[in-house]
Design a binder for this molecule. Structure first.
Ligand SMILES: [Zn+2]
Length: 409
C-alpha cells in the first residue's frame, strides 16, 4: 500500500484539523489517486491554499468535511525540459521522417514567415502548453522573438541561449550575438544561460568563447540525435558531410576524434551546475560508462537525460534506448521539442508514446520524470515539481481513461 501521511504527520496538524482548516482559506482536493511528485497515493487528500500553495497531503479519514472529489489523478504541473517556442510557426511544414540532416537544413533555410505570424504562433503554443498542464519550460532561444510573450510570466521559463557555428571564423560574431541575447533574456529573470547547440555545430573556437558562461548554470546540448553524429566524430564520415555541403560550409577544419560525439565534447560542460543531454537516441552503454567515470572523479554537473520521443519519431522514426537509461539509474526528464518536429506540445502525449512502446515502466516513474525530475533539472524544485508544503507547483487532474489533463492552478 502506498504510504499516506496521517494527520499527525511532520507538519504537526492537530486532531482538530477539520475545524482549523475550515476557518482558514484552504481547499481540500481528493481524487482516485494523488501523485505527489514521487509516488502514487490512494485515499489521500491534498490540502492547498486558495492560491494553490501546498499545505499537506493527509489521510481521507482525517480530512474532515468539504472535500472536493475528482475522478483521475491529481499531479503537480508538468515540466517540459526541451522546447523551441520560437519555432512554433513551423507546425506541419517539414514532412515527417526525413532524417535529422534534412530536417536541420529545412529549419535553417525556412524563412517565409512574417514576424506577426511568428508571434501569434508563439502565443498559441504557450496557451497549448498551459492547457496541457505544463507549468515550466526549458526553452531554446536563437533570437529574441519569444521575449515579449515570456515577459507576461504565464509560465516559468529557463531560457537557453543557443550558440552554433561550425565555421571557426564566425565564432567571435556568434559569441557576441549570444551575449547580447543573454542580456535581453536576463530582463525576464536570471534563469538563463548560453548553451551549445550540438557537438557537430559548435567549432572549437566557439566552445572556448562560450564555456566561461556555463559556470554554475544549467546548460543543455542536443546529443546523439542521429547515428550520423557518432560517425562524424569517430571517422569524419556520414550524412553531416552532406549537410555541410548542402549548406556550403567548409568542413576541412574538422578532425575526427575517434570517439563518440558525446565523449568528444562532454568534458567541456565541466563548469555547469546541471547538464541536460537532449534526445540521446543513439547513446550507448560506453557513453554512460564514460559519464559515470567522470562523475566518480568529481565531475561537477548533475546529468539529466532529456527524452523527446515524439520528435524522435517525427524526424528519424526511432526511439531512444530508454531501458538502457533506466538500467543505469540515469535521471530522466521529458521534453516536447518544437512544433517543427512534433504534432503537439504536451508532456502527456510524450508519456503516452513511451507507455505504448515501453509498457512495463510504471506510471509513477513516468510522472516523476515529468514533474520533480524536470523541476530539479531546471533548478525550479524549490517551488515546482512536487506536492510539498510551501510549493506552488500547479495542480493538474489527469484523466486516466483517455490520458488527458486539466489544469487547476
Ligand atoms: Zn531541440
Amino acid at each position: 500500500m502506498p504510504e499516506v501521511r496521517s494527520k499527525k504527520s511532520e507538519v504537526g496538524i492537530s486532531n482538530s484539523f477539520a475545524i482549523n482548516f475550515a476557518f482558514m482559506a484552504y481547499r481540500k482536493l481528493s481524487a482516485d489517486k494523488i501523485f505527489d511528485g514521487y509516488k502514487l497515493i490512494e485515499n489521500g487528500v491534498l490540502v492547498i491554499t486558495k492560491e494553490g500553495m501546498i499545505e499537506d497531503i493527509v489521510a481521507l479519514e482525517s480530512a474532515g468535511e468539504n472535500i472536493e472529489v475528482f475522478e483521475g489523478i491529481l499531479s503537480p504541473g508538468f515540466v517540459n525540459c526541451h522546447c523551441h517556442l520560437e519555432l512554433s510557426h513551423m507546425k506541419a511544414i517539414i514532412p515527417e521522417k526525413t532524417g535529422l540532416v534534412d530536417f536541420v537544413f529545412k529549419v535553417v533555410t525556412e524563412r517565409d514567415h512574417s514576424e506577426e505570424e511568428i508571434l501569434k504562433a508563439i502565443k498559441r503554443a504557450e496557451e497549448e502548453m498551459i492547457s496541457n498542464g505544463i507549468v515550466a519550460i526549458g526553452d531554446i532561444c536563437n533570437n529574441s522573438l519569444t521575449v515579449s510573450q515570456k515577459s507576461k510570466q504565464n509560465l516559468h521559463y529557463y531560457n537557453f541561449i543557443e550558440a552554433s557555428g561550425w565555421l571557426p571564423a564566425v565564432a567571435e560574431l556568434r559569441i557576441e550575438r549570444a551575449k547580447n541575447l543573454l542580456e535581453e533574456f536576463s530582463t525576464i529573470n536570471d534563469q538563463c544561460s548560453i548553451v551549445p547547440h550540438a557537438p557537430y555545430s559548435v567549432s572549437e573556437n566557439l566552445w572556448k568563447g562560450i564555456q566561461p558562461y556555463f559556470e554554475n548554470r544549467v546548460v543543455s546540448i542536443h546529443n546523439q540525435e542521429t547515428a550520423f553524429e557518432d560517425e562524424f566524430f569517430l571517422k569524419g564520415r556520414g550524412d553531416f558531410i552532406r549537410m555541410y555541403e548542402m549548406m556550403k560550409i567548409d568542413n576541412s577544419h574538422h578532425q575526427p576524434t575517434n570517439k563518440s560525439s558525446l565523449r568528444s565534447c562532454f568534458d567541456k560542460l565541466l563548469k555547469a551546475k546541471n547538464a541536460l543531454l537532449v534526445h540521446n537516441t543513439f547513446t550507448k552503454q560506453e557513453d554512460i560508462d564514460y559519464i559515470k567515470q567522470l562523475q566518480a572523479a568529481n565531475y561537477k554537473p548533475q546529468i539529466f537525460f532529456c527524452l523527446c520521443v515524439n520528435a524522435n519519431k517525427y524526424i528519424e522514426d526511432v526511439l531512444p534506448p530508454i531501458e538502457l537509461f533506466r538500467k543505469n539509474s540515469c535521471t530522466i526528464v521529458l521534453g516536447t521539442d518544437s512544433l517543427a518536429s512534433n504534432w503537439s506540445l504536451s508532456i502527456l502525449d510524450e508519456i503516452k508514446t513511451i507507455r505504448k512502446n515501453f509498457p512495463k515502466i510504471p506510471l509513477s516513474e513516468l510522472l516523476q520524470w515529468a514533474t520533480s525530475n524536470g523541476a530539479k533539472a531546471l533548478e525550479m524544485d524549490n517551488h515546482l515539481g512536487s506536492f510539498e508544503k510551501g510549493k506552488k507547483p500547479g495542480i493538474v487532474l489527469i484523466d486516466e481513461e483517455n490520458f488527458s489533463a486539466k489544469r487547476f492552478f
